[in-house]
Write a protein that binds this ligand. Structure first.
Ligand code: NAD
Ligand code: 89Y
Length: 342
């Protein structure tokens, strides 16, 4: 079977990870690039030896025979580009945050469904191998029925030098990073009925909130806490590790800093090193994110070939986005927000 032909839109900071990932994914390759910024287009095209280059996404969609586009631009361009791909009957991957509003997100899902075009949001954190391993333990019954969890990301890493736009938006940590952590909570404990949140801005040099604490009431009765901070200086900087705690009726599981997985049951305590692989093109400390980029890309190709809906389809991701909106609403009012109310 010949490789699926992809076009990448947006050749900025994070797209370099996409392009490395695509080189090693089985069954697909990127045959064309698009960026409005000529310099970025040239750098990515030269580095990855891709000759077909466009400054206009529609022109790329018209001139190239593409099976999918991979949108790696920031949020403000997502709706226009996703709907453009749907008009051209081309399957779409779109980076997170999928949309700036629930209205835009629902519109994109409706347009793609109407056009019969597969749509996946590049929500990659749940694809980190350590998180997949922990999820398998939660699901295999070893710790019994989960009743409580915590998904935590606390750091003082300077994300603003690589992604300066993160310092200027009205919204920061929930929309940019918390969205991944909320998605992991959904992945582990299921959909959510209610959200209570508090936010703070500690760093005076940025506009949005850099600390968020969110309490989730899951539909199945599990209670979880999602907490994120980019204002937390620690003895050993954990960026970009997500730490996880799950308590179940028969035991517990912890994903500790340094990728240590600890499973505790009546039978004893089992410790395991679940460090991510350092892919040949990866660089610490980003390597756990980088392996998850390649993993979600492979998932997309496997789903497209098998005509299956991806785990983080547009339809699925709308539910994660609803948690983002609910968290901001609750932080504003100090009230609990019911998900149906959005
Ligand atoms: P960036 O600003 O560095 O790059 C975006 C690029 O898109 C720019 O080069 C810009 O010129 C181009 N662009 C914008 N609109 C365009 C259009 N209509 N047509 C063609 N090109 C266009 O941004 P970034 O830091 O690479 O982030 C991109 C996205 O990736 C963001 O949504 C961000 O949240 C996300 N991101 C995801 C992860 C993750 O782990 N999933 C990590 C970092 C960033
Ligand atoms: O943009 C963010 C993301 O998606 O992962 C980490 C990040 O790069 C900075 O918070």
């Amino acid at each position: 079977m010949s490789d699926l032909r992809g076009g990448l839109i947006g050749c900025g900071f994070f797209s370099i990870n996409h392009l490395h990932g695509w080189r090693d994914v089985e069954g697909a390759s990127i045959v064309a690039l698009c960026d409005r910024d000529a310099k970025r287009l040239a750098i990515a095209g030269d580095q990855f030896d891709i000759g077909q280059r466009y400054s206009d996404a529609e022109e790329m969609l018209i001139k190239e025979r593409l099976d999918f586009v991979d949108i790696a631009t920031t949020v403000s361009s997502h709706r226009c580009l996703v709907e453009m791909a749907a008009r051209h009957q081309v399957a779409v991957i779109c980076q997170k945050p999928f949309a700036p509003s629930m209205q835009d997100a629902s519109a994109m899902v409706t347009v793609c469904e109407g056009a019969g075009v597969p749509l996946m949001v590049h929500e990659n954190f749940r694809w980190q191998s350590a998180i997949q391993t922990l999820s398998a333990i939660v699901n295999n019954g070893e710790i019994g029925a989960p009743f409580w969890g915590r998904v935590s990301f606390r750091s003082a890493y300077d994300v603003f030098s690589g992604q300066p736009y993160l310092a200027t938006g009205e919204r920061f940590i929930i929309e940019d990073l918390g969205i991944h952590i909320l998605d992991i909570a959904r992945f582990l404990f299921g959909d959510v009925a209610g959200v209570t949140a508090r936010t703070r801005r500690v760093n005076p040099a940025i506009r949005g909130e850099d600390v968020a604490t969110v309490l989730l009431d899951h539909e199945n009765g599990v209670t979880s806490i999602v907490d994120c901070s980019y204002a937390t200086r620690l003895a050993v900087e954990p960026f970009p590790e997500t730490l996880i705690e799950v308590d179940g009726s028969e035991g517990s599981v912890r994903l500790n800093q340094g990728y240590e997985l600890v499973v505790t049951t009546k039978g004893g305590v089992r410790r395991r090193d679940v460090s991510p692989p350092l892919l040949p093109w990866a660089s610490r400390p980003w390597h756990n994110i980088q392996e998850s980029v390649q993993a979600i890309q492979q998932h997309w190709v496997d789903c497209l070939r098998a005509d299956r809906e991806p785990a983080t389809s547009g339809r699925d991701n709308v539910k994660t986005l609803a948690l983002v909106e609910a968290a901001y609403a609750s932080a504003r009012t100090h009230e609990k927000v019911a998900l149906g109310a959005l």
